[in-house]
Design a protein around this ligand. Structure first.
Ligand SMILES: [Zn+2]
Ligand SMILES: [Zn+2]
Length: 267
């Protein structure tokens, strides 16, 4: 899809980080919608230029784990000439402001700071689950998912009614959320391989076997399965996960994509 179409008809999604561990070739979870809204900030600054950062006026945060918020202080520092809006739950704000932008590790970017910040470089907006919020011309609905701390996924709808849902980190039991969303594209986590199912259950993540159950449930409710991209893979198990996903594709007769850093997805 050519760049001039961005934000007009289609949703254009860039994957900045697709993993839960960082290395030279794997980056922490972060994506961009139409180059102007960021979702999660694991690798928000390291994967884009200053010019690209300047275009981002809004960041949506799913939860307060480090691999999803870590880029926030660096982003606020780099872009301190502007005020960036952050939408998240109060739980996530508390984590961010008490552990990261706490005035010790990083400046309190939500305040004016003499001789440093003429105006706050971050402004927090509380997002209520299940309510539609209009943000920069998009409809955004936050949907609570099942994780070890309070976590929300986001359904984003553009003016042309193209919809994408990002699950963020979640364990099983998503049947309750399927009735609230109707995405053309589902970006859902799969962190572990099947042999680590217990670890997935204990840390509230998914493995392919668990994902399959969720997709079968989704098909029962919606009758169709949307385009699927997997995210938040553990790099050390990625080969195994890919193999196990191929089996699910055959069993369910669907195709499942696996996100990579730098991927561009058009909905
Ligand atoms: Zn998490
Ligand atoms: Zn995570």
């Amino acid at each position: 899809m050519p760049f001039h179409k961005v934000g007009v008809d289609h949703l254009f999604i860039r994957i900045l980080g697709a993993h839960n561990e960082e290395s030279k070739h794997t980056k922490l979870t972060s994506l961009l919608i139409d180059d102007k809204i960021a979702i999660d900030a694991g690798s928000l600054v390291s994967e884009i230029t200053y010019e690209e950062q300047e275009k981002i006026k809004t960041i949506l945060l799913s939860h307060g784990h480090y691999d999803h918020i870590r880029g926030i202080p660096s982003f606020a520092f780099n872009n301190r000439h502007q005020t960036t809006k952050i939408y998240a739950t109060t739980e996530t704000f508390k984590i961010l402001s008490s552990h990261l932008i706490d005035g010790v590790i990083y400046p309190e970017f939500t305040k004016k700071i003499p001789f440093f910040l003429e105006k706050p470089s971050l402004k927090f907006y509380n997002i209520e689950p299940f309510n539609s919020t209009h943000i920069d011309g998009y409809k955004v609905v936050a949907i609570p998912v099942n994780h070890t701390i309070y976590t929300i996924g986001f359904e984003i709808t553009n003016k042309n009614r193209k919809k994408a849902f990002y699950s963020s980190d979640t364990g099983p039991g998503l049947s309750a959320i399927w009735e609230h969303i109707n995405p053309d594209l589902l970006i859902i986590e799969t962190t572990f391989p099947n042999k680590r199912e217990n670890r997935a259950i204990n840390s509230a993540h998914l493995c392919p076997k668990m994902l399959k159950k969720e997709l079968i449930e989704l098909k029962k409710i919606k009758e169709i399965i949307p385009k699927i991209y997997l995210i938040h893979l553990s790099p050390r198990y990625e080969k195994e996960i890919r193999k196990e996903i191929k089996e699910i594709e055959k069993d369910l007769n669907i195709s499942i994509n696996i996100c990579c850093e730098g991927d561009k997805i058009t909905v």
